[in-house]
Design a protein around this ligand. Structure first.
Ligand code: ADP
Ligand code: LRH
Length: 512
């Protein structure tokens, strides 16, 4: 067909897809071209991403797209945050590409704080420099671990790229570091977007690796000859979206607003992680934010994504893997059905507990957690699935209170976007636990946000005003194009008792 198509490559921590999108009569249409699993591999004792397979799948998706659409206007990649690739001076991978759940970062957060002035003072210095939530998965602690362990890759590397940048480089031959994903590293000043080089020096991380960042919408140039040959994508420009998947997802929250002073809505980008927060005009690098351990990530058009990383559907996903390990399988729909049949609040889980970050087997880890916290171990699988979802809804409730404290206004509406919108039980639990209206959709928010930025970069979507007005316009297109599902709270009081127990439980737990 002759429609003018853009291609979004969207790599989540659990799966990847290539999605085609085009505008027609003011509406955005999507077509999924290719979908594939993204399973990390354990090599010796190091957990790594299979970038070779991901690159093969991306190329396959582009090949299928090139055969399907005659007019492809651009292509761009977004991925999960915090992970990186090191390239040596010959343009080769300098070492393996680690998964953020790899165990080498254990203890590195506290060790880095020690190095930065000791305990609380070190932590305060890192927060003042970066405004980010403290998590051991952050790039900062990964690179610090590499430096502390004397990893050779760090010595021979010439360039640092994040995952999206890496695939853009493979596609176009051009190196760039995109700003929204760089903001997830805990190595960037949230006010200026510059690398915090003196902090990096103090931590022994070589600063020569880091080039200045580029903004979403940047056109890198056409796909390189070898890629054009392999895929059939000739003269198609690579356009940088918000390469952080959450940055892309937030673009397509269907509101008539952009980075408000007094937000009345928040978002939950719901997938492997749940990223819950507000879009603001400027970062909140203050004592309360540090205490509540929220993050100030960079959004498009100079906005800030003030949010909390919550261990999202990861536990639910891993429970499915446990069932598969036992030799059977269960679909997401069946899991949700079984969870809905289980009785309420049988077992309380803290989705952010350290025990759930990377256990060998999630079912076993939850059973151990139940015993350690003096709770009866449930019998049915459905009870475990339900506990994973209730734990999330309870975490959202706590997070909502913290968010309101931070932004100083009441949040009326919670917008859920991403794969988790397919889980109606979780959406209803969220409305109930938080006692707020939940608006769920669109499901492919990340790919849509990716496409929108490409369309803005190539001036398919444009306005006479500034970028923030153009994003508002794009949000209008998203609202016109995708239906949402609304959930109203039902019997929210039922959640008060469990919420009190949850706070107690999470307070005692070693949160990751
Ligand atoms: P990521 O980008 O982190 O890989 P996604 O946004 O693709 O994650 O969301 C994937 C998750 O969405 C799955 O782990 C699953 O829990 C949920 N999901 C997907 N489809 C369904 C469905 N049909 N019913 C219920 N949940 C679903
Ligand atoms: C969600 C996400 C999140 C990061 C995590 C590593 O996919 O990008 O925003 O913190 O992955």
């Amino acid at each position: 067909t002759e429609k003018s198509v853009h291609l979004a490559v969207d790599l989540g921590a659990s799966s990847g897809r290539v999605i085609a999108g085009w505008l027609d009569g003011g509406k955005l249409s999507l077509e999924e071209v290719h979908r594939f699993a993204n399973d990390p591999v354990l090599i010796q004792d190091s957990l790594q991403w299979n970038v070779h397979s991901l690159w093969a799948e991306i190329r396959e998706g582009l090949r299928v797209a090139a055969g399907k659409y005659q007019a492809i206007r651009s292509v761009g990649v977004d991925t999960w945050g915090v992970d990186y690739v090191l390239i040596d001076r010959n343009g080769q991978l300098a070492g393996p590409v680690r998964n953020y759940r790899d165990s080498r970062t254990q203890g590195m957060l506290s060790r880095a704080c020690e190095r930065m002035g000791g305990g609380e003072a070190g932590r305060a210095a890192i927060f003042a420099a970066t405004g980010l939530q403290f998590m051991e998965i952050n790039t900062l602690y990964q690179l610090f671990a590499a430096a502390e362990h004397g990893e050779r890759s760090l010595e021979i590397a010439d360039h640092f790229l994040m995952m999206g940048d890496f695939f853009h480089w493979l596609l176009s031959g051009k190196r760039s570091i995109e700003a929204t994903n760089a903001s997830t590293t805990q190595m960037v000043d949230p006010a200026t977007g510059q690398w915090q080089t003196s902090m990096l020096e103090q931590l022994g991380i070589p600063t020569r690796l880091f080039e200045p960042t580029v903004q979403p919408g940047t056109i890198l140039g056409p796909v390189q000859a070898s890629v054009a040959e392999a895929t059939g994508l000739k003269d198609v420009p690579v356009v940088v979206p918000a390469t952080h998947d959450t940055g892309s997802a937030v673009i397509s929250v269907p509101v008539d607003d952009f980075a408000p002073e007094q937000p009345s809505w928040c978002y939950i980008s719901s997938g492997t992680w749940s990223l819950m927060g507000c879009e603001l005009a400027s970062p909140r690098v203050n004592e309360v934010c540090s205490q509540l351990n929220f993050t100030n990530e960079g959004g498009v058009a100079g906005s800030t994504r003030l949010l909390k990383n919550i261990g999202g559907l990861w536990i639910f996903q891993q429970l499915r893997k446990s069932v598969q390990r036992q030799g059977s399988d269960v679909s997401w729909e069946q899991m949700v059905q079984q969870a809905s049949e289980a009785s309420e609040f049988e077992l309380l889980l803290d989705p952010d507990h350290r025990a759930f970050v990377a256990p060998q087997d999630m079912l076993t880890a939850i059973k151990a957690f139940a015993s350690e916290t003096g709770q009866p171990v449930p019998e049915s699988n459905g009870a475990f699935y339900r506990a994973a979802l209730e734990g999330l809804a309870l975490r959202y409730r706590v997070c909502l209170g913290d968010l309101e404290t931070l932004v100083g206004s009441r949040i009326e509406t919670i917008h859920i976007v991403g794969g988790g919108t397919m889980n109606a039980l979780l959406c209803q639990m969220t409305a109930d636990a938080c006692n707020r209206t939940v608006v769920a959709g669109p499901v492919e928010a990340t790919a849509i946000g990716n496409l929108v930025m490409q369309m803005i970069g190539t001036e398919v979507i444009k306005s006479d005003a500034d970028l923030s007005a153009t994003i508002r316009m794009a949000r209008g297109i998203v609202r016109e194009s995708f239906a949402v599902q609304t959930y109203q709270p039902e019997n929210p009081d039922r959640w008060d008792g469990p919420a009190a127990r949850f706070v107690e439980l999470a307070g005692h737990g070693a949160s990751a």
